[in-house]
Design a protein around this ligand. Sequence first.
Ligand code: S3P
Length: 435
Amino acid sequence: MCGASVRVRVEPVAALRGDLAVPGDKSISHRVLLIGAIAEGETEIEGFGASEDTLATAGAVRALGVNVEIDGDRARVGGVGLHGLRLPQEPLDCGNAGTLMRLLAGILAGHGGRFELVGDESLSRRPLDRIAEPLREMGAQVETTDGHAPLLLQGGGLEPIRYELPVASAQVKSCVLLAGLYAARGHTSVVEPAPTRDHTERLLEAAGARLARIGRREIGIWPAERLAPLEVAIPGDFSSAAPFLAAATLLPGSSLRLHGVGINPTRTGFLAVLERMGARIAVFNRRSAGGEPVADLEAAPAELVATAIRPEEVPLLVDELPLFALVAGMARGQSVVRGAQELRVKESDRLEAVRSLLRPLGVRIETTRDGFKVRGVPARPRGGGTVDAHGDHRIAILAAVAGAVSREGVSITGADSVGVSFPGFFEMLDSLAVR
Ligand code: S3P
């Protein structure tokens, strides 16, 4: 995406007040399109989170001969069955979406024919060996470009494997599980070093696939003859709720109510961390939608104390760690994050991006090999000046929250990158702001 084109100024905010509903979960939206594509018949989706990333998935699935209709937050996928995908005319463009490239590779590994997957500049810097290795072990031919995209894949004839993930990654786990649907003669299993988001497992079970959890760390999948189409109401994305939870906690006088947010425990590590720092976030109206736990959340301001994040916790708040750095900067005492080296291979090197964004604003943060340390003070950071989003949606959103809670505000270059996960983010922030 075009990194530095759009500049947005975020002025300091006194408080955030009101009600909001964030867009549908991005991880689940990708997965429903992909699994819907290989199911037999029409998948119906409510609460689809349309963003640049999920629209890339819709585009890739269409290029494989699947009809996808999107109308606001409703979508329909005309599933063609496990073996019904068509060979595309051109390389499949995954844009900025790591989830798309890694999950789709798992599905295509089960197909004969040669597929090429390409991505934008940021995605082409991200590691693919982590999926190439298990797919090769299963019998697919996979070529990367020095461990990166473009990815060439020739699949078919897969064998089941038991795969110990070298990194805790839901994308890699999902890739292997999806390939496992096509591995004849037995079950494929994945062992995780620490639990990661389990949306793929939930959706595949809802589509009738046979899965088995073995303890907290291992999951097995059996080859499927067919998948049933889904009827899913996708909950609000916890990762899109997180910036509002952080800002309302940090701004005295705030009162926010967030409706219909997904609270899958493999996603809500940030909530648990905020709570142990002293935040006041109420979780109520607990219910279930689309096979996922959902609730309304109410956030009020609080004074926070520092905390330490352990390596096993990291996958549960992996996308919220940039926001954690800011929150820690306004909490009393020294906070530490360890075991978060994965942040270096996200849409940007998020450890360096967070440091280079927050330090000039007055946050005392230092990075380490696998995390960061923050010396917090319970006061607004100075702010001021211009910061760059590094072409990364989560960094643009961090910059906006930092500007809102600062004394002088910030200007953000490359602010348009929010569109990757949350196209209306700035408008929503503005509509809740009390100045
Ligand atoms: C995602 C998994 C996480 C996360 C990403 C979305 C997913 O990546 O950072 O934004 O939808 O599976 P990893 O699984 O590689 O850590």
